[in-house]
Design a protein around this ligand. Structure first.
Ligand code: ADP
Length: 256
């Protein structure tokens, strides 16, 4: 009788082990698939700005554009696409630093509104191209805070770029204000929104809500992962809230 109990238990355990191995296999397959998708997304994201840069610089180099205004337009496009590449490469670089545990901050005292404004002016052409309005509502007398400037610029770039990317028409509003010990920054859009069951997953590396809807808009699934890591390494917090087809709001809390 004793032996039988053992053997039944043994069979159960083997069955459980079998299940676990199957689940593990499925997870590995999932990671493998998302890694392949990620590589395809990154290649696509790298190629698009490079195509513009190559195309417009070729035209300029051949001396075919004599009109000063056109020349300036082309140079602006090259410049904008080059900064898009820089932010993308920064995301990749940050990810690898996070993975190997070599993520160190380089903090400086700063006026956060100025930093946000720098990013906004960089992204205004992209917003205008989609007919979107960016409204800024900054508290003027915010105290200075200590942040890693490059990292925080990356945070605002990723969030505002997402707001533009995932909004078809409407408005983006950026607010900054002080509440007790916190500087709070909100980036709100009136875009496609995120289904509530997907909301907890958007912070995962490579995660993209519905690959088919995001393929057209471009992206890598890295942006929010990097954003969260940067904010948390500043001992801050970020939350996302969203209603499908109405819009999303990302709120950053930075302690004074
Ligand atoms: P991606 O490069 O795909 O934009 P992110 O990590 O920045 O990657 O975002 C993850 C996913 O979260 C996106 O693919 C998108 O589906 C969703 N998302 C992020 N920001 C927004 C937003 N403002 N509105 C709607 N969906 C968003």
């Amino acid at each position: 009788k004793y032996k039988q109990v053992i053997s039944v238990k043994g069979t159960d355990e083997i069955a459980q082990l079998g299940n676990s191995i199957q689940i593990l296999g499925e997870q590995l397959q999932y990671f493998e698939n998302s890694r392949n998708e990620f590589l395809a997304d990154v290649s696509h994201e790298l190629r698009t700005p490079l195509t513009y840069i190559k195309g417009y610089s070729d035209i300029l180099a051949k001396g075919k554009v004599s009109n000063k205004v056109d020349q300036e337009n082309y140079l602006n496009i090259i410049n904008k696409e080059a900064s898009r590449l820089t932010f993308l490469v920064n995301d990749l670089f940050e990810m690898s630093k996070i993975e190997v545990g070599k993520f160190e901050l380089n903090k400086e005292i700063t006026m956060i509104n100025e930093l946000i404004e720098k990013v906004v002016s960089n992204l205004i052409p992209a917003a205008r191209k989609k007919g979107l309005d960016i409204k800024a509502d900054y508290q003027a007398d915010l105290p200075e805070i200590s942040v890693d400037l490059e990292r925080m610029e990356q945070v605002f770039y990723n969030l505002i770029e997402n707001a533009i990317k995932y909004t078809i028409n409407g408005q983006i509003t950026i607010r900054s204000y002080l509440k007790s010990d916190f500087v709070i920054i909100e980036i709100q859009d009136s875009g496609i929104g995120i289904p509530s069951e997907e909301l907890p997953k958007i912070w995962e590396r490579f995660y993209r809500v519905d690959q088919s809807r995001t393929r057209k808009t471009g992206g890598t699934g890295l942006g929010l992962y990097v954003v969260k890591q940067i904010i948390e390494s500043h001992h801050g917090n970020i939350i996302g809230s969203s209603t499908e087809n109405e819009g999303s709001t990302f709120t950053i809390f930075l302690k004074l």
